[in-house]
Design a protein around this ligand. Structure first.
Ligand SMILES: [Zn+2]
Length: 461
């Protein structure tokens, strides 16, 4: 490793990261579209179509201007490629400040790689045309391996071709940040690229607005030790969970809100022996771990215990019937996540009785799914599974909580923060390291974890 730098290899995405290739991609696309009798696509739109290779760009261009068929793609693809190869860097520009940064990194002994979904041949031609024939130690394109980004293999290959070692990645799109998370390699997102969503929403390790911020940013990231690590089990590997990206821990199976619950329990000093805790609908990711800490003090419950055979000594509680029978002043904590939207009765009564069941100073550590800008709604039925799904998002939900009116619902039962901001309780490096997606940091969301302390109850004299 370079003596004074924390990374052996820095790999870069190409389009939108190293160079603004949009002018030439736009020209080539519009040339191909023109031959096919289509109108041109504005350059601004093309920027957001880049990132999945030339064929995908042509498909998107066709779709934006009429019918998209495979036959048209087959016909247009060679027209696009021929034109693009001839004009690959006519209008392409290198982003400001980049040359100096590449010089400094190279001077410090850092190996430089390009890892792009652009076909290797096109990427090579582009790099050469920009005067970078000898600039990079490795180039891996979208067709170099049988798989492409966000599969981590191309990034691993680029790093291996540089001789291996500790690596960082620099990109501009969700494909890049997903690749980084999938590879567990810290990824810096640039804000001036082609991303069609705000880069602040990407799960990058850091964001930069210009290249002269890159080296200090990498130096700071390098101090953090390992990149991602599950707060519960320590695993560094995460896998995709539906459309939410790489949020599921491959070790314990936790999702982002389970990790956040765990982090919150830890932050509030609850992960120590001697606590009595009610855990409703226990999380598979940590039920056994909690039992190991609290022993007989750990009371997992659910309305359908058969679903939770992994939870030691699980017993049945039907909150509609049983909440009023919970003993008073018994628990140090009550944990529930995505439970309150299921309970078919007055939810204020349930939350009141859970609160009553806490010892003084006790806390509900909970995740209540809140639709960011949505409104609360409820229907205690009868409700068909179809209606429930349509209105409340799942066939066994009876209500939604909305961020727009949360202060007039939950906020009239408990003292709530004015707005949700995870960065008040956790520093950004911790949130990043534990793979809590940025989208959940600020503003109410289905992954908002709340701490409702006994004394936060407003329903008192
Ligand atoms: Zn884990």
């Amino acid at each position: 490793m370079p003596a004074d730098f924390p990374f052996d290899v820095v790999a870069f995405d190409l389009d939108g990261t190293l160079a603004d290739t949009a002018p030439d991609l736009t020209a080539a696309l519009n040339h191909a579209l023109g031959v096919l009798g289509r109108p041109p696509v504005p350059a601004e739109d093309v920027r957001h179509m880049v990132g999945h290779g030339a064929r995908a760009l042509l498909q998107k261009g066709l779709a934006a201007t009429g019918e998209m068929t495979e036959a048209l793609v087959e016909q247009g693809f060679p027209i696009f490629i021929d034109y693009y190869l001839e004009h690959i860097a006519d209008g392409t520009t290198i982003f400001p400040g980049l040359e100096a940064v590449l010089d400094q990194l190279a001077a410090r002994g850092v190996k430089l790689a390009v890892c792009t979904n652009k076909a290797e041949g096109l990427a090579r031609r582009c790099i050469d045309a920009l005067g970078w024939a000898n600039r990079f130690d490795a180039l891996v394109g979208g067709d170099t391996l049988p798989v492409r980004k966000p599969d981590p293999a191309p990034l691993f290959e680029a790093i291996a071709r540089c001789g291996g070692g500790r690596a960082a990645y620099v990109g501009d799109s969700i494909t890049d940040t997903d690749t980084g998370r999938n590879a567990n390699i810290p990824t810096v997102a640039v804000s001036f690229g082609f991303s069609d969503r705000p880069v602040g929403e990407l799960d990058a390790a850091a964001l930069i607005d210009q290249f002269d911020e890159l080296i200090p940013t990498l130096e700071r990231l390098g101090e953090a030790g390992d990149w991602l690590a599950c707060s519960i089990c320590g695993s560094a590997r995460f896998v995709a969970r539906q459309k939410r990206g790489y949020v599921q821990c491959d070790g314990c199976g936790s999702n982002e809100r389970a990790r956040l619950l765990w982090m919150t329990l830890e932050k509030h000093g609850l992960l120590v022996p001697g606590k009595r805790v009610l855990h409703i609908a226990p999380e598979r990711a940590f039920a056994e771990r909690l039992h190991a800490i609290w022993g007989d003090g750990y009371e997992p419950v659910d309305i359908d215990p058969a679903l939770y055979d992994f939870a030691p000594n699980i017993r049945k509680i039907d909150l509609v019937e049983d909440a009023a029978r919970l003993p008073s002043d018994r628990y140090d904590a009550i944990i529930h996540s995505h439970v309150m939207e299921h309970i078919p009765c007055n939810i204020t009564a349930i939350l009141y009785h859970l609160n009553r069941s806490l010892k003084p100073g006790g806390k509900q550590v909970c995740c209540i799914p809140i639709i960011r800008d949505g409104h609360s709604a409820e229907d205690l039925g009868p409700l068909s599974a179809e209606d429930a799904t349509m209105r409340f998002g799942q066939d066994d939900h009876v209500r939604t909580f909305g961020g727009a009116d949360i202060q007039r619902t939950l906020g009239m039962i408990f003292r709530l923060p004015e707005s949700y901001d995870l960065t008040v309780a956790f520093d950004e490096a911790t949130l990043i390291r534990n793979n809590i997606p940025r989208i959940n940091w600020r503003g109410w969301s289905p992954n908002s974890v709340l701490v409702l302390q006994k004394e936060d109850l407003l329903l008192t004299a």
